[in-house]
Design a binder for this molecule. Sequence first.
Ligand code: PRP
Length: 182
Amino acid sequence: MSSGLEISVNELKPVFTKEQIATRVHEMAAEIDAVYGDEPLVAVCVLKGAVVFFSDLTRSLHNKNLEMDFVRLSSYGRQSSSSKHVIFNKDVEIDLCDKHVLIVEDIVDSGHSMRFLLGQFAARRVRSLRLATLVDKGERREMDIPLDFVGFTLKKGFIVGYGLDYAERYRALPGIYEIIPE
Ligand code: PRP
């Protein structure tokens, strides 16, 4: 998430350890395998935030007919709170028509990004469309989003790590932390 309003970070408070995340990601992969088996499936990573989750999740799946693709959305502009404007920077390259599609997202916050992408993909006559998110954060939800696979539910907190950023920092942290401002 980019931000023009820089804050001073006093502390990164642990929220989920890398071990907790690894356990949950394996569980989610089992849930996803139980739904699709070896059915042809396109897993779509929502860049940038989902890249680490996507990498771990897809490597835990057993589906022999898995394809991977990527979209790039950005929604926050220069504000630390969500704007309603979603920028579709990069589309998938695979034709999704008649495919099972699984969107893989790091966090659903206001819901605007996923409302936008679900609308885009639904218009492509996909065979099925589901959404896996590592974190479901409800505090600022503005759009009703169907979440098929959820790693963790959080009420609130500005979190970073495991792909999630603050002003492009902290994405490479192995765990997830809450930013505590000074
Ligand atoms: C973040 C995050 C989600 C989205 C969630 O992405 O990765 O994709 O915001 O917010 P929403 O539910 O309020 O729409 P961001 O636009 O910051 O880009 P990034 O993935 O490159 O960090």
